[in-house]
Design a protein around this ligand. Sequence first.
Ligand code: FUC
Length: 797
Amino acid sequence: MMRFFLPALAITIMAGSAAAGELSLWYNKPASPAKWEQALPLGSGKLGAMIFGGLDKDKMILNEDSLWSGWPEPNNDRKGSYEALVKIRKLLKEKGDLKEASSIAMKDFCSHYGYGKPDFGAYQSFCDANFEFGHDPNAVTNYRRELDIGSAIATVSYTFRGVDYKREYFCSYPDRVLVMRLTGSKGKQVSFALGASSRHKDIKVTAGENELILSGQVTTGNKKHPGMIFEGRWKIQAEGGGVSRNDTGDKIIVRNADAVTVIFAAATNYKLEYPNYKGDPPGKRNKLTLEKVKTKSFQAMRSTHIKDYTEIFNRVELHLGKTSRIELPTDERLAAYKKSRDDRGLEMLLFQYGRYLMIASSRPGTMPANLQGLWNNSNKPPWNCDYHMDINLQMNYWPVDSCNMSECAEPLMRWVTDLTIPGGKTAKVHYKSRGWIVHIVSNVWGYTPPGPPRGIHMLEPAGAAFICQNIWDHYAFTGDKKFLEKTAWPILKGAAEFWVDNLQETQDGYLAVSPSYSPEQGPLSDGAYYQTMIVWDLFSNCIKATEVLGTDKAFADTLRKMRDRIQPLKIGQYGQLQEWRDPKLEKNANKNKHRHVSQMYAVYPGKQIIPGRHEKLTKAAKQSMIYRGDGATGWSMGWKINLWARLLDGDHAHKLIQNMISAKVYPNLWDAHPPFQIDGNFGYTAGVAEMLLQSHAPSTLSAGSRQASSGQAGEIVLLLALPSAWKTGSVKGLCARGGFVLDMDWKDGALGSVTIQSRTGRECTVRYKDKTHEVKLKPGNKIKLTEKHFSRIPVRP
Ligand code: FUC
């Protein structure tokens, strides 16, 4: 065992010889047991597994996406807080007294419950599966650990004492289980012990006949609110050899089998349903899951998994040029990238990895992807591994529609739908208003109030409106009217109603958000632009929704009138786009390097500033981006890729890509905040798509009539942020708003051809450089265009 940890390991284990594929992450050694960022993530949306590939001993970190500490606290809205809000707003408006307002906010407005308190809880680790193989690392050759994201299968293979061993792993979404297959090249060579452990105190591990069960309960320290109960079950199917349990009855022992299939199911008693969030016991759920696969062979489960996964994954292909160091193990490849910055294959791999991680962490029926997707090795994870609503959760879902994985958005929609109920209560108690709201953070228990008073950032009020941007976009991309009517509109309308009731008139007669604050920088004021940009976007999307659905005309008129009075965007003394209305708060704007570039919401993901149509504001936005710089946390760099893409500077976006891969990516290609935070992976993937294809702007041709009738028919812009480093390449399957799917190829920086397929039959304008082409297709039909099809048409604002 000890030898396993010795540095000598690296010398004794020989690199595998076969070349990895373009879609593989691979390594010539096991992950260090202490460094999970070296391990390989597998997931089915519900179940997550980290593959370390140990030899003497091996652990697998296992997760289930609903396991949280905490509880749904029915009294978490603060009674009497509305009176404090009135005082805060008065102070901000009449005296500009930011300090006194903040102190009242902390004292009398914030909830006593929430983030950092026992009720809020944190996403929990589930358990570890512990294998003892007894294979001496020093005697192993041909070691290779690999994750093929083309099939979502991980493998570990090596030679030990003349036997070629192979372990194959996948998490099956359709079968709801993690499957592992262990084989040896000679008969009767597969032997191991399997035990289980957990970071939770209250657990029991029992080995039965061909079965291991770990059951437990999360400790809350509060008798009134007992913690979640959870259970993991392994079924061990050995071919040949024998299966028994150890003397203490907590391990399974497999001896001399030809091959073994291990199937793992996990569940909790959680149900995403306000107010109790309680469902069936986990044992019942696991039995049902395992019963369904009882007679299914490993090969059958494998085929089911591959079919399900590739149906989504294969929709998109990307090729960015020849340079690709696939012959290097991925950790060495990353190190090489830092020097050369020219591995286009790695840039492509990271793009597809974001798609892989989305399919692995968010599928219909599961929880939305949290700050770490669904992988977690701790009961006290960074930021509780929660749902952060001031950029992070929204960023997680940026690539979902543009990168052709629309069904992966379902968990977000279901979670937000549930959240509107407690969010409606918070709106009533804290703001005496209609609609719904969520502040900076939320969880699986429907937490929506501001607070607790850890700092004024706990008051950030735009969480609901911001997530509505993702929800509207899901409609805009899919054109799914039923979704708009049944799911999206109630959410959007409620979020907009809240702001109709809550926008405040400022001293100079504008409408603004008070109290507002620019994430995560102070102070509290009535003039941060972040919230009003988001409300502007929400109102604009809601107006379009009413046109598409032919509903709520009077409400749309109110929104139009109020939108026109929202504080206008301003350019500051350094030529920057202002983050606050008050110029005094802008005095350091030319030095501010803060990771949040909140004033840039208007550029991405919003659409209030569009290059070519808002020239002065575009220039100011670029200036602000230059001041903020090309560094920051992983997610911030992910956002900046999208921003430079929207500002049509492909080379600058590519510089951010290079900076990110060089400094903010772990050996397993997870994004580093640091620590690991998955939003940066998703931001990166969305950013690459945005560099190649954009579809957020209204058509430069139509003066409004067509947009009004279709709701979102806009302009599809091709390759306008293509970096010079991606001279020649191709992409297949990217999506554009309006229900279009595009394949493109380009050579020496110029468009070769584009094939556009319509899913919905809507019309659109396609633009390449300054030329456009009008597309009108029946649903399912395609058209192939080359540059000669585009005719020069003047751009109309
Ligand atoms: C936001 C960011 C932090 C971190 C946290 C989870 O608050 O400002 O950098 O990403 O979310």
